[in-house]
Design a protein around this ligand. Structure first.
Ligand SMILES: Cc1cc2nc3c(=O)[nH]c(=O)nc-3n(C[C@H](O)[C@H](O)[C@H](O)COP(=O)(O)O)c2cc1C
Length: 194
């Protein structure tokens, strides 16, 4: 039952020195592959990083989050930028029509970096972490990293932007689930205010 799995999920930042089996990695990637995406574009690439030296370098350029070094497996979720001529900027212009002119004028690189299209990789990542958890593999999301440095390190092509990194591994210590807000604090019905 997916809810039971969700109740177990928590971020883990200290992992055992134990590799993730190839079969588990294959399942995790398959879970990502099956994700929904706008227009079924599937505009993403998944970088499987299991080289210890590379993982260490990623930890350093993730604002020195040294805990990342204990992870035997990082998956770098990359967004492939939809070109302007294929409607790349139209998505956000449609969503925020009051700012259409400003969106048009925004520097292409900056626009690509900020474009929320990249957040679609959060769906692939969510699929992946749940699939991993079913196998006893915990994870933590990482979005605090220098995007351009990671792109350079992984020799990514220009149109491929690292959006999120997920660190996977077997927990070193007992896991602890954090408190979450109650339904009544989160939900509104119909309109927010009467
Ligand atoms: C999109 C996203 C980015 C995150 N980035 C980082 C990060 O860079 N470093 C980190 O240690 N934790 C990061 N986290 C983990 C959060 O701190 C964590 O999910 C939050 O404290 C709730 O704890 P839980 O995952 O155990 O429920 C991130 C989580 C999400 C969803």
């Amino acid at each position: 039952m997916i809810l039971e799995l969700l109740k177990k999920r928590c971020s883990v930042r200290q992992f055992q020195n134990k590799p993730i089996p190839d079969e588990a990695i294959a399942l995790i990637l398959e879970a990502g592959r099956l994700s929904p995406s706008g227009g079924n574009e599937q505009a993403w690439k998944f970088g499987v990083i299991n080289d210890k030296a590379l993982i260490s370098q990623i930890a350093s350029i993730s604002y020195n989050q040294l805990w990342i070094k204990s992870s035997p497996l990082l998956i770098v979720l990359c967004t492939e930028i939809v070109e302007d001529k294929r409607g790349g900027r139209d998505i956000q212009k449609n969503r925020f029509p009051r700012y259409a002119e400003e969106i048009n004028e925004l520097d292409k690189d900056l626009y690509s970096y900020l474009n929320s299209e990249e957040h679609q990789t959060k769906i692939t990542g969510t699929h992946m972490i749940l699939c991993a958890l079913e196998k006893g593999i915990y994870s933590t999301w990482i979005s605090c990293f220098d995007v351009e440095k990671v792109a350079k390190l992984l020799k990514l092509p220009k149109h491929c932007i690292p959006s999120e990194i997920i660190a996977f591994g077997y927990p070193e210590n007992e896991t602890k689930v954090k408190d979450k807000k109650s339904i009544s604090e989160l939900v509104f019905y119909n309109t927010f205010e009467e």
